[in-house]
Design a protein around this ligand. Structure first.
Ligand code: NAD
Length: 372
């Protein structure tokens, strides 16, 4: 992919997380400068995710909290940051129901501190460097709330967040917009749909389903399972972020979803997604040779599915209209749900050690988010 902006260094917050670590792998081969990952390493951020990248001399990891403004200022200055990809956040909706405060602190105060530090740094840059500088805020389609039976989210759709997670991301979006409108910081916002792929923490639907199935544990499906999500393979999202960073227009918002033109496959209900994973698993690890299933006398992964009580405030349907980013920046997702999901299941099956390591001591795949 062509590089329009020869950034000397890109600061990636949350780069030890799921999308962040995939983004760093996408970005490093595409330009000559440095990638600085700035990450607090919460339960979701893991140095294990960065092991394949650490050998690269243009990669640097800095452990730090985005709420720490003084530290951020030092990093901006010391490394003469040329662009920011801001991914650091608390991200799990169920955890935001159990306790919202970390979401307010990291997603809102943290984003505010990022914007302030970037602005102070930006004001010290020479005009040429200022023209190159970008602050990309990575947000979510969840800020738009829930759709009815028809339609899809456009960049002009009103923000109507329903969960504490979505509310904190929507508030951050407003701060980013204000930094552009008031201070002229060259910001960009993306709203992407649900990602899946390698390095996703096993609290999220797809890795949780894969790992529970492998271990012969129940596969929980919230409510009636008919909630619709517009799934996107993480690498496609990262390619889109790179495209927006390179060619996006400051002050603009771009939506990204998994739907490929002429296909209906990106979007699916949660129950169909879980059944789909069961089918792929049955090919890669037939139940007959999986001791966890044989012990329970089960011949099919589907027999592990259990409908459980719904998530409070659970959005019914998300769908993204990709028209703007496709027409203006030439981006479209490369993977079908079929191809992305097969790669994902294969990755988890070949990285069971990673799965054990990231869950050790802090997560046992228990149900979260029921507190009301
Ligand atoms: P993740 O939970 O896997 O990773 C989040 C990362 O942020 C972790 O490495 C964590 O250690 C770090 N972090 C958390 N608090 C921090 C703090 N105070 N200071 C510094 N680092 C901190 O999340 P993800 O799924 O990779 O999502 C990344 C971003 O993309 C988030 O902003 C999220 O809202 C957005 N997003 C995610 C999806 C999705 O489906 N996963 C979809 C659209 C947008």
């Amino acid at each position: 992919m062509k590089t329009d902006r020869p950034f000397s260094s890109i600061l990636v917050t949350g780069g030890a997380g799921f999308i962040g670590s995939n983004f760093v792998s996408t970005a490093l081969p595409r330009f000559q400068g440095r990638v600085l990952v700035y990450d607090k390493l919460t339960y979701a951020g893991r140095v294990e995710n960065l092991i394949p990248l650490r050998k690269n001399p243009r990669f640097k990891f800095i452990k730090g909290d985005i709420v720490d403004g003084a530290r951020l200022l030092k990093v901006f200055k010391k490394f003469q940051v040329g662009a920011v990809v801001h991914l650091a956040a608390e991200t799990h909706v169920d955890r935001s129901i159990d306790g919202s405060l970390p979401f307010l602190v990291t997603n809102d105060i943290g984003t505010y501190r990022m914007l302030e530090s970037a602005r102070i740094h930006f004001n010290t840059l020479r005009p040429k460097a200022q023209r190159q500088f970008r602050f990309l805020h990575v947000s979510t389609d969840e800020v738009y709330g829930s759709l009815g039976q028809k339609g899809s989210f456009k960049e002009t759709s009103p923000l109507a967040p329903n969960s504490p997670y979505a509310a904190s991301k929507a508030a951050a979006d407003h701060w980013v917009r204000a930094a552009f409108q008031t201070f002229g910081l060259p910001t960009l916002i993306t709203h992407c749909s649900n990602n899946y792929g390698p390095y996703q923490f096993p609290e999220k639907l797809i890795p949780l389903t894969i790992l529970n199935a492998v271990e012969g544990k129940p596969l929980p499906v919230y409510g009636d399972g008919l909630h619709v999500r517009d799934w996107i393979y993480v690498q496609d999202h990262c390619e889109g972020l790179w495209r927006v960073l390179q060619r996006g227009k400051p002050g603009e918002t771009y939506n990204m979803g998994g739907q490929r033109a002429g296909e209906k496959k990106g979007k699916t209900t949660n129950i169909r997604m879980v059944r789909h994973i069961c089918r792929i698993l049955a090919e890669l690890l037939p139940p007959a040779i999986n001791p966890s299933l044989r012990r329970r006398g089960l011949g099919r992964y589907q027999d592990l599915i259990r409908f459980v009580s719904d998530r409070p405030g659970h959005d019914r349907r998300y769908a993204i209209d990709n028209t703007k980013i496709r027409e203006e920046l030439g981006w479209r997702p490369g993977h079908t749900l079929e191809s992305g999901l097969s790669k994902t299941v294969e990755w988890y099956l070949s990285h069971l050690d990673w799965c054990r390591a990231v869950q050790e001591k802090n997560y046992g795949r228990e149900r979260l988010g029921l507190k009301v």
